[in-house]
Design a protein around this ligand. Structure first.
Ligand SMILES: Cc1cc2nc3c(=O)[nH]c(=O)nc-3n(C[C@H](O)[C@H](O)[C@H](O)COP(=O)(O)OP(=O)(O)OC[C@H]3O[C@@H](n4cnc5c(N)ncnc54)[C@H](O)[C@@H]3O)c2cc1C
Length: 380
């Protein structure tokens, strides 16, 4: 795998990243889940090391290493604790959005702050009546001279409460199809009328912040419109492709960790006077885990490669997301099984992997929606 997709530059990156993560994340990877808090100091350090910047050019503090490097960084972080990566993801997506659709002055003002990890982001799309159907959003931005007045609400928003910049998808023209009447506005934290609530706990990915956002007569300067008015749906679809590859890599990180833990445990755990790895049924489980993981990584890295050579990856990104998330759930579940009773306790990380993996069949577009996209592309 590594020899197919990785260059010398990638190997240098991996070495540096693994050193950093061994020192900064490995010692606290389980504590993050127990305390339910991703330390923001760690996020900032990752920014300083330019791990937020593989898709951003050097002018704005990025490393410009490309999509494969991005997948690699995401996978490595996720092997230890995927919540750290999930906290980073909205910053990657909004950074990408700004770098592709933002004006020069927006890039000057915001992009370096995001790339450096000094400012965190949220991507705010989902609403009460608009989940899978993103074109159903009702949040409205009314034109009022030099500003928009924003009203509506968003739910399940990652980084709600810790983000500095909220990228809000809203309707700016109610008289046309939402696909051409949708825009994106950047709202800075502490803007009057931006109200954040965190009223629930999550099943997994503990440590991330997630909540509801109310927008009550929020005044947003027109200079905070990202891209042209009406271009929000297209820029969202473009950003979704990146999100799907990112989430696939997060899943693959979980699967890699679950397989590794299972191999170690199976070699060490003795029953019937022999290590359980000697039993064919355990070997079969490990083989299936390995085969599925290899396929998931191949789908993800090949989508990343296609992106790097400038091709449309709508189908490939959805394939990777659907398969990698399904694989992570299967691999993590088998990992729990291989660990027996120990796997059901929090003495081993595999129970966390299973709870974390389950998120990815929902967030970033459900598996059903990914498959609908694949079918649509096939039937074109
Ligand atoms: C932890 C977490 C973090 C999240 N972070 C963010 C975030 O940062 N920003 C953001 O905007 N959103 C975020 N989300 C929202 C997430 O993207 C949505 O939950 C997801 O897109 C599904 O929408 P929904 O929950 O409304 O489900 P629904 O759309 O109501 O779907 C319910 C079920 O119906 C199925 N379904 C729906 N339509 C169809 C169809 N046409 N055909 C077949 N089946 C269908 C779905 O697959 C699903 O099984 C997050 C969610 C979670 C849980």
């Amino acid at each position: 795998m590594n020899n197919i997709f990785f260059t010398r530059e990638h190997f240098v990156l991996i070495e540096d990243l693994q050193c950093f993560l061994k020192e900064e994340l490995e010692p606290i990877k389980d504590e993050i889940t127990k305390e339910k808090k991703v330390p923001l100091s760690l996020i900032r350090k990752m920014g300083e090391k330019r791990y937020f910047g593989p898709l951003i050019c050097e002018n704005y503090g990025g490393s410009n290493l490309g999509m494969i490097a991005h997948c690699l960084i995401t996978e490595e972080i996720s092997k230890l604790n995927v919540s750290v990566s999930v906290t980073r993801t909205p910053c990657i997506l909004d950074g990408y959005l700004l770098s592709h659709y933002g004006s020069d002055s927006q890039k000057q003002k915001y992009l370096t702050e995001i790339t450096s990890g000094r400012k965190l982001c949220s991507i705010c799309v989902t609403e009460e009546e608009a989940g899978s159907n993103v074109a159903g959003i009702k949040t409205i931005a009314r034109d009022s001279g030099n500003e928009y007045i924003l009203n509506g609400s968003k739910k399940y928003i990652t980084n709600a409460g810790i983000a500095d910049y909220y990228f809000i998808w809203c309707i700016t023209n109610i008289n046309v199809n939402p696909r051409s009447g949708m825009s994106v506005l950047l709202v800075e934290k502490d803007t009057p009328g931006l109200i954040i609530e965190n009223p629930y706990e999550l099943m997994g990915i503990n440590g991330i912040y997630n909540g509801i956002i109310q927008l009550k007569d929020v005044r947003v300067p027109k200079e905070n419109l990202i891209g042209n008015e009406g271009s929000g749906f297209d820029s969202l679809m473009d950003t979704f492709n990146l999100e799907r590859i990112t989430l696939s890599s997060e899943c693959n990180g979980i699967s890699l960790a679950a397989l590794e833990s299972s191999k170690q445990y199976a070699k060490k755990r003795v029953q019937f006077e022999r290590p359980i790895s000697n039993f064919q049924i355990i070997k079969l489980k490990l083989a299936d885990m390995s085969i599925n993981l290899q396929a998931a990584r191949l789908l993800t890295y090949s989508a990343a490669k296609l992106y790097e050579i400038g091709l449309n990856i709508t189908k490939e990104a959805s394939m990777a997301k659907a398969f990698s998330s399904e694989t992570a759930v299967k691999v993590a579940s088998e990992a729990v099984q291989i660990h027996g009773g120990a796997g059901y306790t929090d003495l081993y990380s595999v129970e966390r992997y299973l709870r974390d993996a389950r998120f990815f069949q929902i967030g970033g577009g459900t598996s059903e929606i990914q498959k609908l996209i694949v079918a649509r592309e096939e039937l074109k």
